[in-house]
Design a protein around this ligand. Structure first.
Ligand code: PRP
Ligand code: URA
Length: 206
């Protein structure tokens, strides 16, 4: 399952973040803002529990989130989405997974993993701005499933048909939320039109 969030507020910010003249400070701010909107949508089915609250006037039944949430940014570009989701769910725990794409094969290479114990039986939200071939995200989801995650949801800023097909093949049970399904991957496996290299644009490394 995947959902492209077409809300005008998201699409407006997407237009700004795509612009090659948007510098790293603005790019980071936009990544945070877009992530908040996308995660708001991605968490719409989260389990809640009824609680009784006493307002200044009366007792009333309200609902609070009942699930243990673990946010998993894929290093390094996923870190650029962390602030946005933690603004929305400040009590979420954070697990880190390091993956980079091999320069030649473009296959993901895992180099770091630190997950909270609540990953087991928890709701894990994988964040990475780019789901290109889908290799990095699929490998991260696999790692979370092996760690016992009950449910995995993916939030990315931009993806493409190739990446969605790869995820559908390997993890059909995982819901993906994105601001855009772009046109295609180029010969370097970059998303077109995309954002360029999300890590470099976030952190000013190029
Ligand atoms: C980028 C991006 C994803 C991955 C997407 O990371 O942030 O993790 O590529 O590509 P895929 O879907 O084809 O796997 P990159 O490997 O450039 O590392 P970085 O975040 O450290 O820059
Ligand atoms: N990684 C990026 O940063 N951008 C892409 O378009 C693909 C992979």
């Amino acid at each position: 399952m995947h959902e492209e969030v077409k809300h005008p507020c998201v699409q407006h910010k997407l237009a700004l973040i795509r612009d090659k003249d948007t510098g790293y400070k603005k790019f980071r701010e936009l990544a945070t803002e877009i992530t908040m909107f996308l995660c708001y949508e991605a968490l719409k089915n989260v389990k809640v529990k009824a609680v009784t609250v006493e307002t200044p006037l009366a007792e009333t039944e309200c609902h609070k989130i009942a699930e243990e949430m673990v946010v998993v940014p894929i290093l390094r570009a996923g870190v650029g989405m962390l602030e946005g989701i933690l603004d929305l769910v400040p009590t979420a725990r954070v697990g880190m997974v390091g993956m980079y794409r091999d320069a030649k094969t473009k296959a993901p290479v895992a180099y770091y993993e630190k997950l909270p114990e609540q990953t087991r039986n928890g709701l894990c939200i994988v964040i990475d701005p780019m789901l290109a071939t889908g290799g990095s995200t699929a490998a991260t989801v696999q790692l979370l499933k092996e760690a016992g995650a009950a449910t995995v949801v993916v939030v990315c800023i931009v993806t493409c048909p190739e990446g969605l097909a790869a995820m559908e093949e390997r993890h059909p049970d995982v819901a993906i939320y994105t601001a855009s399904i772009d046109d295609h991957l180029d010969e370097r496996k970059y998303i077109v039109p995309g954002l360029g290299d999300a890590g470099d644009r976030l952190f000013g490394t190029r």
